[in-house]
Design a protein around this ligand. Structure first.
Ligand code: BTN
Length: 330
């Protein structure tokens, strides 16, 4: 769409860009440029104009659209970007596209999910105008045994994206929850299909949900969940900036996969699980409780080394842990 291309040119320019330059670069008339700018202003973009100098982008509204996200992406990235107002689950939409031949790097984003999925059959609250619900298609050409590396690399990639977009730090709770001030701001759900004969991963749908601008959560999850806005004095953030940084970070991950020591090193720096008392699920004791122990280390394959209270030591490759001091667990 012309307005998306105009937005891209205006937003990439640090100072004013003339209407003539825009019309020349895009091969359209000055009148068409004026109409596109008018439409962008109606959508909420603050665009200053001066007869002599041209146009300058002053502010962007918090809308998620193909245009608003693409502004921050390189023009030549491979993989389509689809942005919807509302879907049941971006993972489901992408799964369908993958079955019809979508290429690695294809991304689906929605402003709202009516059936957002969390891990272990839970739902993921996905209200409109607040979060980022993004699914990334990756065809990694690896055996299923590498899946835990992949979900952990993703946690690092999203944490890095939050730093690049907003200049903010986040931490990782094993295996891939992202936290701010010890509460969850992001969950990741990776759904995989494996080729039966080879045991190789066929498609990986990596679903990322970030709480960005929510200003409250229902009482049943308010001890666990928070948003980037709530942890930063109620400041509102432009979601398109972070959505684009997540895509850039995931493209980098895909390009570096499967060998790059950066991810395990960074994961260890960001991790706040080790050194704490934990309860592991779904490992159960005889009386049906989770097993308790102490998280000792993150191994090179991203498994969690745990010393259980019965004296045994195990490396957890999957499952979940409750960590003392996080999410209201005391
Ligand atoms: C969790 O923490 O339990 C995982 C939450 C994953 C949520 C994301 S939002 C985008 C994608 N679509 C879904 O339905 N779920 C994932």
């Amino acid at each position: 769409m012309l307005k998306d291309d105009v937005l891209k040119l205006i937003s990439r320019e640090k100072s004013y860009i003339s209407g003539e330059t825009i019309s020349h670069k895009l091969g359209v008339s000055r009148a068409a440029v004026n109409t596109a700018v008018k439409t962008l202003r109606e959508e909420g973009y603050g665009i200053d104009s001066s007869t002599k100098k041209g146009y300058l982008l002053i502010s962007s509204p918090d809308i998620l659209s193909k245009g608003s996200v693409s502004v921050y992406l390189p023009d030549n990235r491979s993989g389509d970007l689809l942005v919807f107002d509302s879907v049941d689950s971006t993972n489901n939409v992408l799964k369908d596209l993958a079955s019809k031949g979508a290429v690695s790097g294809t991304v689906v984003i929605a402003d709202q999910q009516t059936g957002g999925k969390g891990r272990r059959g839970r739902s993921f609250a996905s209200p409109s105008g607040a979060g980022i619900y993004l699914s990334y298609l990756f065809k990694p050409d690896s055996g299923f045994d590498k899946i835990s590396d992949l979900t952990s690399w993703t946690a690092v990639a999203v944490s890095d994206a939050i730093s690049s977009a907003y200049g903010l730090d986040s931490q990782i709770k094993w295996v891939n929850d992202l936290l701010m001030n010890r509460k969850k701001i992001c969950g990741i759900l990776t759904e995989v299909t494996v080729e039966g004969e080879s045991g190789f991963i066929d498609t990986c749908i990596i679903g990322i949900g970030v709480n960005v601008n929510e200003d409250n959560f229902p009482p049943e999850i308010s001890e666990i969940a928070t948003s980037i806005s709530m942890e930063n004095g109620g400041k509102k953030f432009v979601r398109a900036e972070l959505a684009a940084e997540i895509i850039r970070s995931m493209d980098k991950l895909a390009a570096n996969w499967p060998e790059d020591p950066y991810y395990i090193e960074r994961y260890r720096e960001l991790n706040i699980t080790t050194g704490s008392k934990i309860t592991a699920f779904p490992q159960m004791t005889e009386n049906g409780q989770g097993r308790t122990g102490k998280a000792i280390a993150i191994n090179d394959d991203f498994s969690l080394k745990v010393e259980f209270d019965d004296g045994s030591t195990e490396n957890l490759r999957s499952g979940e842990v409750s960590v003392r001091g996080l999410y209201g667990y005391t």
